[in-house]
Design a protein around this ligand. Structure first.
Ligand code: GDP
Length: 298
């Protein structure tokens, strides 16, 4: 939580700056409400979440003076209300095994790192993990996944650059089934420039998976970079359409003032948030704690 607090502090400071000097009455004035709503929008919570929080605050009667501190505490309560329904850790429940988790996201979002971190979390719960290098478009992506696999001590199924992702996924599922792997985490290409190709590729992967196990993929996790602010929302839009996203992981919440976008995403899409990334290391993936995050944002 040290790491996380560090991450959201900038958002929080900005919000505090914007809220400083407010207060005095037990009910907020229209002017104060406007100012709070603006501050929330500036903090990347988006117009919908900001309006919802404004409405709640308008009804709220403060015990004593509604000073900056009291207002922030109430904002945190309302943010937590929005975040709580989407907090949902990724659990390994698939039967038969393996649980197949497709991980998608634009290049640079932290996809590969998140795969390694997820693998590490699963290992801590004593699950057997396997990785598959389904992003065959970038040689670097394959290499990077192999390096993480070595660090974790888990098998990585990979082919050559330019190979067929569907055939790698096929091999990986077969192998994972044979050796009784609990969780198979699959890296996929993140080319948003060519939506058609990306869709075709994912459709092919799904088809192969479906043949081996009609339940697979069990999860389609979209990795989003918090530093992209509102752009993260348009990525949800595109990937929902092209990939059937079932949940989110937001990365780089350390050292960004844009963590509020998580609230915007929760309000707008209601997709489960599995975890958050707060650094570059293996153990820098944290369970998503809505109350903690709400307190830190506000
Ligand atoms: P990919 O292209 O989506 O696979 O992205 P990578 O996993 O290679 O990550 C891109 C860069 O972001 C790397 O330098 C990572 O170390 C870094 N990164 C990933 N997740 C986080 C995070 O939560 N916090 C920080 N600060 N950096 C991260």
């Amino acid at each position: 939580s040290e790491r996380l607090a560090g991450g959201f502090r900038k958002t929080s400071e900005r919000l505090s700056d914007n809220l400083a000097g407010l207060g005095g009455a037990t009910k907020l004035t229209l002017e104060q409400l406007d100012e709070i709503e603006d501050a929330l929008i500036v903090s990347d919570l988006g117009p919908r979440a900001a309006a919802r929080i404004r409405d709640k605050l308008a009804e709220h009667r403060f015990d004593g003076a509604a000073d900056g501190q009291a207002i922030r505490e109430q904002v945190a309560v309302e943010i937590a209300e929005i975040l709580r329904p989407v907090a949902k850790p990724l659990e390994v429940t698939a039967f038969p095994r393996p649980q197949v988790i497709l991980v998608i996201g634009v290049n640079g979002s932290g996809k590969t790192t998140t795969i390694a971190k997820m693998g590490h979390l699963f290992q801590e719960d004593d699950y057997e993990v396997m990785l598959a290098a389904g992003d065959t478009f970038r040689a670097a992506a394959i290499g990077q996944l192999k390096v993480w696999g070595e660090r974790l001590g888990v098998p990585v199924v990979a082919g050559a650059e330019g190979g067929d992702p569907a055939s790698i996924v096929f091999d990986a599922v077969k192998h994972a089934t044979e050796i009784g792997t609990d969780a198979l985490i699959v890296d996929t290409a993140g080319r948003l420039q060519n939506k058609r190709e990306l869709m075709d590729e994912l459709a092919k992967v799904r088809k192969v998976l479906g043949k081996l196990n009609p339940e697979a993929p069990h999860d389609v996790v979209l990795v989003l970079d918090a530093t992209n602010g509102q752009n993260a929302l348009s990525q949800i839009e595109v990937f929902k359409e092209t990939a059937g996203v079932t949940g989110l992981v937001m990365t780089k919440l350390d050292g960004t003032a844009r963590g509020g976008v998580l609230v915007a995403a929760a309000e707008q899409y209601g997709l489960p948030v599995h975890a958050i990334g707060v650094g570059e290391k293996m153990d820098d993936l944290r369970p998503f704690d809505p109350d903690l995050v709400a307190r830190v944002i506000a």
